[in-house]
Design a protein around this ligand. Sequence first.
Ligand SMILES: *Cc1c(COP(=O)(O)O)cnc(C)c1O
Length: 229
Amino acid sequence: MSIADNLLEYKSELDKTQVELIAVSKYQEPAAIMEAYNAGQRVFGENIVQELVDKQAQLPTDIEWHLIGHLQTNKVKYIAPFVKLIHSVDSLKLLIEINKQAVKNKRVIDCLLQIYIADEDTKFGLGFDEAIELLRSEEFATLKNVRIVGLMGIASNNATEKQTLDEFIELKVLFDGIKVSFFRKDDYFKEVSMGMSGDYKLAIEAGSTMVRVGSSIFGKRKIKHYKTE
Ligand SMILES: *Cc1c(COP(=O)(O)O)cnc(C)c1O
């Protein structure tokens, strides 16, 4: 099936829900992104800063670009002028830098706290306690140009369906707790970014509001020359 066909299939499936589709276009050529764009998709996720910056410069300006991969503090400045949502905030230090660059660009940047839910050592993210500590800190209260709009998580690789579902439910429960404790009156705190090609159905079952789907829309990843961190 073509990229457009794959997208339309996801769209009709997700239309029954309130879940937003982030088309993960990492390692895909701009032509493939344009195919999705021409089929109506406007929200794309990338995980490498340089690749995101290069594509943003050459593709239509009404695309909403999300950064979903690990972000180094020294690279925030490159995406701060345009990024729509950063899914991968995993430290207060990073959030402070995003705030600083947002001030420079006279904007407020929406962010998700990436929470560590997987049962493995390789994934980035905050532990539950660390996330709460960050939100309680005096420093966080001074950051006026970042807005935490929810949480993001990545489930374990190669887990059983039950374990994957349990990990997503843990994230949703944490979201609900943080909502009540820190954002009760803030309508903007509403996003739970979880679910990828292999597990988005389980994520939706657990309460996802944003799924990040790459390979099952675009097929195999093509570009290899960008350096991962
Ligand atoms: C690559 C990636 C995805 C998409 O993965 P697929 O399995 O291709 O759907 C989602 N989230 C993050 C953080 C990623 O790096």
